[in-house]
Ligand binder design. Structure first.
Ligand SMILES: *Cc1c(COP(=O)(O)O)cnc(C)c1O
Length: 377
């Protein structure tokens, strides 16, 4: 037996302040009490996402909101552009294909962002693209993309820009309104420190216009219906009431800490993690690292053994590589409720694991490099 701790890029650690909300006696959702809670949650999300657009909260995992965005904002056979740089951005492609859309992909090597230039060229060759689906932080590789530049390109071509912000909300600089992002999708179990089961999307006026004239058939994820209910702080179907109450509490905590402080803390945790693993002689996969997660290359296909040993011996649950990266990387999640001492504890257990598995031959440099980053204010 050992103490268990989550250091995965979703689900992430849930603060006790949030957990205790989940344990409250259940309330009914067709009540003023629930409507007030829903409203406060939405206002918190608008604050965090820097938007005045409606934020629709759906009872589904993040992928549900991705699918809702795709089905409500496109019509049968529409041509759309998808940036593919890893497992999660690939999901946009799979969803678009599931609805029979004509999908143009612009790809990058896993570990790199999709070059904005390549997106520009693809849009020039395909002027009839109606929407660009992109990913802010690609969680499978730990890469950050310049969605601001992509939004500009999309708008210059009269296309909507739809952003998977599931791991970037509450972690990266994200200016929904200033950058003109038509849809930003978020999840519960990442930066907002809530168990999985909720997703949300901020929808711009242009996106709402498309939603009103939706052509695809849809039922549960009918966003026109969700927008109608939203006017009275209702939801069309039974919402995940305890999760909504929990996530509202998470937003209260985040507002108390302050947005700039949260972003700075994530930047520092990510910088310190990179410094630690580099000092151990390991390589960070991402050429442009996001703040949410650090993907670390482990040679000789030993990544899964590292992950398993770390959780068995020390109780620290990190993530492995997905698809073509399976066995080759581990991913250390640090989005949400993680502070300096948490990261140092993780690094100590990580070093100790690598030492036991004879991947490194000295103890200490990881923690030391990390502490140096935290000291250098
Ligand atoms: C976690 C994640 C998803 C999927 O979210 P689910 O809640 O598991 O459906 C999608 N995109 C990114 C970038 C993610 O990190």
């Amino acid at each position: 037996m050992t103490k268990r701790r989550l250091f995965s890029p979703g689900p992430t650690e849930v603060p006790w302040q949030v957990s205790r909300q989940l344990a409250q006696p259940l309330i009914h959702h067709r009540t003023d009490e629930f409507r007030q809670i829903h409203r406060e949650l939405v206002e918190g999300l608008q604050w965090l996402m820097r938007t005045e657009n409606p934020v629709l909260v759906l009872t589904s995992s993040g992928t549900g909101a991705m699918e809702a965005a795709a089905v409500n904002l496109t019509g049968p056979g529409d041509k759309v552009l998808v940036t593919v740089l890893g497992k999660f951005s690939q999901r946009w492609k799979e969803i678009a294909e599931a609805y029979g859309l004509d999908v143009i992909t612009v790809e990058a090597t896993w570990g790199d962002p999709v070059p904005v230039e390549k997106v520009r060229e693809a849009l020039e060759t395909n002027p009839d693209v109606s929407a660009v689906f992109t990913t802010h932080a690609e969680t499978s590789t730990g890469v950050l993309q310049d969605v601001k530049a992509m939004a500009e390109l999309a708008h210059n071509h009269g296309a909507l820009i739809i952003v998977d912000g599931i791991t970037s909300v509450g972690c990266e600089e994200l200016e929904t309104d200033e950058w003109g992002l038509d849809v930003v999708v978020g999840g519960a179990q990442k930066g907002v420190m809530t168990p999985p089961g909720l997703s949300y999307l901020a929808v711009s006026p242009a996106a709402r216009e498309r939603i009103e004239h939706r052509e695809h058939p849809v039922y549960y994820f009918d966003l026109a219906r969700a927008l109608k209910s939203y006017k009275n702080w209702d939801t069309p179907w039974s919402p995940g009431i305890p999760l909504i109450i929990g996530m509202r509490e998470a937003l209260v905590m985040m507002r108390a800490e302050g947005r700039e402080n949260i972003l700075r803390r994530h930047a520092r945790n990510s910088q310190a993690t990179r410094a630690g693993v580099t000092a151990l002689g390991l390589r960070v996969l991402a050429s442009v690292p996001a703040r949410c997660t650090t993907a670390v290359v482990i040679e000789n296909n030993r990544a899964e053994s590292v992950k398993k040993y770390l959780v068995k011996k020390h109780g620290f649950q990190i993530a492995g590589g997905q698809a073509r990266l399976k066995g080759k990387i581990v991913r250390i999640g640090h989005l949400g409720y993680y502070y300096e001492a948490d990261m140092v504890a993780l690094m100590a257990a990580f070093e100790s694991t690598l030492f036991d598995l004879e991947i490194i031959d000295s103890l200490g440099p990881g923690v030391e490099a990390m502490l140096e980053v935290y000291r250098g204010k």
